[in-house]
Ligand binder design. Structure first.
Ligand SMILES: *[C@@H]1O[C@H](CO)[C@@H](O)[C@H](O)[C@H]1NC(C)=O
Length: 354
């Protein structure tokens, strides 16, 4: 009798414990039921940064180097307007020659002063810049229809993707490529871009590995404008701009056993046209752009695993035309680049208010 009572009460307490554990894990789960959403760090604009007027052209990209310095890619005196390309995507102003000014500026994170200038007489219509952990520079130029890898400070690229001024959709051509992501293992992802709406994945030596989507995959992109890798979950998150969503297919850096092999899709009515994404841990920080009069231009914090937007943020003065976003390797600082007015913002990522 005594023994049976002990077993019965043990079983009972086990079930009570199980219920407690299950209901506790339920608290934070999102739609997919896979992750616990914690309150994310909040971007807080740093006042009077940069301290002086940098006289920038359209700032199309920002990335952060290994010294935690922001590096921007800007168009100096050149702008993308309705006369820049014709209907077949050919750049019409190649006769102007490349931009004479330095287009790549390294800034002092403490006051925003220019520390280094580079990239004069090299680019026609800058778009994307990504710096990998070894301080290699990956740039895209929509006018040239090319993407490049440069070792820091060198003027001859070590890799060139696409053919100069020739838009195309085969494996040897790009068409207005927008953005690049580089894995710690060296794989290169190029978002290609305004006309082809595909992602090309290369090995570190520049050999093509895969095209996303491949014919059997049902993933329809419309202007993939920015890329962010979340390596811990093997996701490549894409700002699928004209589809007004973020989609995160598998990056395929390693094989993952799990329930969800298909892409994660984050699409909510208030997101608007998503221009740029950056990763911090398993979260994505994003900026949208003008969509319609009803939707604010703002920053969004996204939890891809639960496929939800978990926070909204913007500087006090508001954003106008944010174009790119970057987060430092330490996860403490976030930068947003804008085109019109041309501007670079610095944000501290601060713990959320309880
Ligand atoms: C666009 O310009 C290119 C280069 O000048 C030319 O070859 C092409 O035919 C033009 N396309 C259209 C649609 O006008």
């Amino acid at each position: 009798m005594k023994r049976e009572y002990v077993i019965a009460s043990c079983t009972l307490s086990f079930f009570i414990l199980l219920i407690i554990v299950l209901s506790a894990t339920d608290w934070g789960t999102g739609q997919s039921g896979e992750s616990i959403v914690e309150k994310p760090a909040v971007p807080q604009a740093v006042k009077n940064w940069p301290a002086e007027d940098l006289k920038l052209g359209q700032v199309t990209a920002v990335s952060v180097n290994s010294a935690l310095q922001p590096v921007i890619f800007h168009r100096a005196d050149r702008e993308w307007d309705r006369n820049t390309f014709n209907m077949s995507h050919h750049y019409l102003h190649s006769n102007l020659g490349p931009i004479a000014d330095h287009t790549v500026l390294t800034l002092d994170p403490s006051n925003g002063k220019v520390l280094e200038k580079w990239g004069a007489n090299a680019f026609y219509m800058p778009h994307g810049l990504t710096i990998d952990r070894h301080d290699n520079y990956f740039l895209t130029d929509v006018g040239m229809h090319q993407a490049f890898k440069f070792k820091r400070g060198q003027n001859i690229p070590t890799l060139v993707f696409g053919e100069l001024f020739v838009p195309g959709s085969d494996h040897g051509h790009l068409c207005k490529p927008t953005s690049i992501a580089v894995a710690s293992t060296g794989e290169i992802f190029i978002a290609d871009g305004y006309c082809n709406s595909r992602i090309l994945k290369y090995n570190a030596a520049g050999g093509l590995l895969r095209v996303i989507p491949s014919p059997s995959e049902f993933l329809s992109l419309q202007v993939p404008h920015s890329l962010a890798l979340i390596e811990s979950t093997d996701r490549l998150c894409i700002a699928d701009r004209e589809n007004m969503r973020v989609v995160c297919p598998r990056a395929g850096l390693y094989s993952v056993k799990g329930r969800k092999e298909s892409e994660l899709t984050i699409q909510q009515p208030d997101m608007g046209r998503l221009f740029a994404v950056a990763a911090k841990g398993k979260l994505i920080y994003a900026v949208n752009g003008f969509t319609n009069q009803m939707l604010p231009v703002q920053g969004l914090t996204i939890d891809p695993e639960s496929e939800t937007v978990i926070d909204h943020w913007s500087p006090e003065a508001g954003f106008s035309n944010p174009h790119d976003i970057a987060i430092s390797a330490t996860g403490e600082t976030l930068y947003v680049a804008e085109i019109g007015p041309n501007k670079i913002w610095k944000f501290d990522l601060v713990p959320p208010k309880k």
